[in-house]
Design a binder for this molecule. Structure first.
Ligand code: UT7
Length: 329
């Protein structure tokens, strides 16, 4: 049964570093080719933060833009949730640093570690807190500087990731519009298929561990691919069924942007034509938690998010974690 939405998106924003790394640039760094990268992933370029750049600055830029779009001031935000696995520091939470930089005084701010699912987790946690905890205006962001943990000698992974941030401001619904249905899942049984071993309490920051590349992303690409297609399909199916809707009802699907072939496989499962499926992985690569809010902002600013449209969102990432949501614009 379709339930009435409780919260809606009031505004969106995004920010990416200026510098662009093309596939041709990568050809000079590792044994790869533009042809291989485009054919196997759909990626043509990605944005790259300067070494040592602060993620909080990217998130602040995206958040300011979302707050301006929503016409919501810093004094009105009472909840800040940031999905990230590449925060400024181990602690405090980068959301607290964002809070300070934005001048938001009366809010609770925290990070969520759910990798590529961080934004959709954040959206649902914010909705739950707004419904039960009385919060009125939430800033939900996803942001990553994943290139800070890329091993630039590993061609299996270094061609895949990019940096960026996206944010939305949530407020109470004005009626029929907003988050209709959502789900979140995780399964730690597959934690070792996509992870960054170092930086925690097990592998200390020694020269030996750095030489063993323990501070870089490790991924079993083929296995992750397989799980991503299955789990994203299951999550999207779940929210559609719970809402009493079918894929035909979707005006647009915004899938997590990791690989064009994953996106196409999910679209095929639901018999969705690709003109109903948003793709920007060619321009950004995989920005993890930032990919869905960046897409939302691009669509909103280009006027493609039409009032009344039904938009699906679905993601999959390390953990494993996966999630989906349906929004009436
Ligand atoms: O954000 C959510 C988590 N991430 C994902 O969803 C990513 C999921 N996985 C993938 O997107 C794909 O598995 C990859 C893009 C990572 C890899 O594509 P694939 O089609 O699964 O390739 P593969 O790993 O099976 O490798 C095929 C070949 C191998 O060579 P051999 O063994 O066949 O000789 C690789 O060594 O391609 C080779 N290869 C490359 N060649 C040129 C791997 N990376 C590269 C590269 N350039 N960058």
């Amino acid at each position: 049964m379709q339930r009435r939405p409780q919260v809606m998106i009031l505004g969106t924003g995004r920010a990416v570093p200026e510098k662009i790394l093309t596939n041709t640039d990568l050809e000079q760094m590792v044994e790869t080719s533009d042809e291989w990268i485009v054919a196997r992933t759909g990626i043509r370029q990605r944005h790259l933060a300067e070494p040592g750049a602060a993620l909080s600055d990217l998130v602040v830029e995206a958040s300011r833009s979302a707050m301006a779009d929503a016409v919501v001031g810093a004094d009105e935000i009472d909840l800040i949730i940031l999905g990230t696995v590449t925060g400024d520091m181990k602690f405090p939470a980068t959301a607290c640093l964002v809070q300070e930089k934005l001048g938001v005084k009366n809010a609770v701010a925290f990070d969520i570690s759910a990798a590529c699912s961080g934004f959709l987790y954040g959206l649902q946690i914010a909705e739950g807190l707004m419904m039960s905890g009385g919060y009125r205006r939430a800033l939900v962001a996803g942001g990553e500087i994943l290139t800070s943990m890329v091993d630039w000698e590993d061609r299996d992974t270094c061609v895949l990731f990019g940096d960026g941030a996206g944010a939305v401001v949530l407020g109470p619904t004005d009626g029929e519009r907003g988050l209709l249905q959502a789900c979140m899942h995780s399964d730690g049984a597959h934690a070792d298929l996509l992870y960054n071993p170092g930086g925690g309490c097990i592998h200390l920051p020694t020269a030996e561990n750095a030489a063993a590349k323990l501070f870089s992303i490790r991924m079993e690409g083929r296995e992750v691919f397989r799980h991503a297609v299955t789990s994203m399909g299951a999550a999207l199916n779940q929210v559609l069924e719970q809402a009493g809707l079918s894929a035909d009802d979707l005006d647009l699907l915004i899938p997590h942007q990791a690989n064009l072939r994953i996106i196409e496989a999910v679209a095929k499962r639901f018999k969705l034509p690709m003109d109903k499926v948003y793709v920007n992985v060619d321009r950004y690569g995989n920005t993890s938690a930032a990919s869905i809010p960046i897409a939302l902002d691009e669509l909103r600013r280009s006027g493609e998010l039409k009032k009344g449209a039904l938009v699906g969102m679905v993601t999959f990432g390390a953990g494993f974690t996966w999630a989906a949501g349906l929004i009436r614009i």
